[in-house]
Design a protein around this ligand. Structure first.
Ligand code: FAD
Length: 333
């Protein structure tokens, strides 16, 4: 059971740590070891952290041509290692890098790949035609048809079974469990001919919105009405020390930037408190926030679907309700 460990500049991506928690669970179910596949140059010191997040073995693939992420050399090196070790399962974060790398590896080694899973489980599968039973397959679970059904996909045609998994859907494990593991070093056969790009300069823009790390999120939807009226969302978020989220409709209407979008094609969040203002609660929005510990919804339509998952619902006009909430919170702090 392997997890691709994504690192940029020596920083392990959060999604890889999230996947180690799921990977640990799957490895224990299968009674196999949990391996991390770590590519780069000078990355071996990261193995200590990976052991503490549950890895039993870390395959360290180092080469000067892997200093920076680039599709072809990374895919070639990873495919070489996978061919050598023949893991049963390999999972990747559905990040920009994971979405680029995993399909390239899949096509190189002729493996299947399910993109953008929201859950993974182990189970048996009976072929409906041949009645052959395949034991202990990876159930690759993801929304399909615009989020209207949840599909479970299996690969009965050989190893490795591969999937990319959305960021933020698996819980972030506690990384201090004193777990120990072993390092397996692998030197890939790469030459300069495998590098097709010349990097002229690097421009970095830091994320200004970190929804995944927020304990409280106040999200506005199309019901907020305008960009100017998003001041209500910001004001409530301000008094609560919360991050600001949004529905896709609010983003599409230009009320707020895409980086704030929560949902199937936005960020998946699981804060302690999620407040939905003027959001109807369509399945694609709910897919990104229904794991929140507490949900409060404000909507003027008593039949809005958001109320079916809200712990507290306020039926009313957000233009009246939010200022009252802000006033009440200010009085208490
Ligand atoms: P609406 O559905 O228009 O709802 C607005 C709500 O505001 C209504 O319930 C209304 O009663 C209420 N309202 C209006 N005025 C007020 C007021 N003054 N006070 C209180 N309440 C008021 N959506 C996402 O959010 N995230 C995604 O990631 C996402 N991905 C998608 C992917 C696909 C493939 C598809 C097909 C769709 C996706 N969508 C996504 C879109 C989704 O289907 C909905 O269209 C969207 O979530 C609706 O946003 P909304 O609730 O803000 O708007």
């Amino acid at each position: 059971m392997w997890v691709y460990i994504e690192q940029v500049g020596g920083q392990v991506a959060d999604v890889s740590l999230e996947l180690l928690s799921k990977g640990r669970e799957l490895a224990d179910t299968l009674k196999v070891k949990l391996g991390g596949m770590l590519l780069g140059e000078g990355v071996e010191p990261l193995t200590k952290k990976l052991f503490s997040f549950g890895c039993d073995k870390v395959y360290v693939v180092e080469h000067p041509l892997l200093k920076r992420y680039e599709t072809i050399p990374y895919a070639k090196a990873a495919a070489e290692l996978i061919r050598k070790e023949n893991p049963q399962i390999v999972i990747y974060g559905a990040s920009a890098i994971g979405r680029d790398l995993a399909p390239r590896i899949a096509s190189t080694i002729r493996a299947g790949l399910t993109a953008d899973c929201t859950d993974l489980e182990i189970g048996d599968h009976e072929d409906p035609v041949t009645k052959e039973v395949h034991k202990d397959l990876l159930y690759q679970i993801r929304p399909a048809f615009g989020g209207n059904i949840i599909a479970t996909i299996v690969n009965t045609h050989g190893w490795p079974q591969m999937a990319t998994v959305r960021e933020g859907v698996m819980a972030m494990p506690d990384g201090n469990n004193g777990h120990q593991g072993t390092v397996v070093r692998f030197r890939p056969e790469l030459t300069i001919k495998d590098v097709f790009l010349k990097l002229l300069s690097e421009e970095r823009k830091e994320h200004t919105v970190n929804l995944k790390a927020a304990r409280i999120i106040v999200s506005g939807g199309s019901g907020v009405g305008s960009k100017a009226n998003f001041k209500h969302v910001y004001e409530l978020a301000g008094v609560l020390g919360a991050a600001v989220g949004a529905s896709r409709a609010a983003v599409d209407k230009g009320f707020i930037e895409k980086a704030h979008q929560v949902g199937q094609t936005g960020t998946t969040v699981r804060p302690a408190l999620y407040i939905a203002l003027g959001i109807s609660g369509q399945v694609q929005h709910r897919a990104g926030m229904d794991e929140s510990a507490k949900i409060i919804a404000v909507n003027k339509d008593p039949d809005a679907p958001i109320f079916s998952i809200a712990h507290y619902g306020i039926v009313g006009d957000l233009n009246e309700v939010v200022p009252m909430m802000v006033k009440a919170i200010r009085k208490r702090v």
